[in-house]
Write a protein that binds this ligand. Sequence first.
Ligand code: CUA
Length: 166
Amino acid sequence: MHIHKYEKWWLTFGAAMLIAFLVIVGVSAFHGGTHPNNSKWTINYEKVDEIAPFDNPGVHKVEGKDWDYEVVLVASAFSYNPMEIEVPVGSKVRFIATTKDVVHGFEVAGTNINFMLEPGYVSEKITTVDKAGEYVIVCNEYCGTGHAMMYSTLKVVDTDDNSNSH
Ligand code: CUA
């Protein structure tokens, strides 16, 4: 069977694209830890303020768990509660977040902490913050007119600084 030269190029190009995209998906899933939110934790989004732990948003030190801190976060148009998150470098943090209204994003720029906040669902992530610095938290899901103004800060502070402040 004769295959035209250009036809061969296109077949090669198509096959190469397929392999390239599979590699990208594979690397981001298995190396980057990117995966869909499979949260089975649901919540009545109209009563978020009354339901624990969201009745007390903020950074909480915890004892006797596999992680050191819990960050309870409530998003709403167009802000995050708490406004600012501060945790010591090297600590293991469990982020627990939801939204009171529409879909928002929670992306800590420059890290792989990045999840979608959907009304009625609680998103979670347990991660170790191993690099000190100030990270910008942005909403990466278009949520309305104030979307671009919706941001917050994650401060990962040196343990020395932290002990000085207490
Ligand atoms: Cu919240 Cu965009």
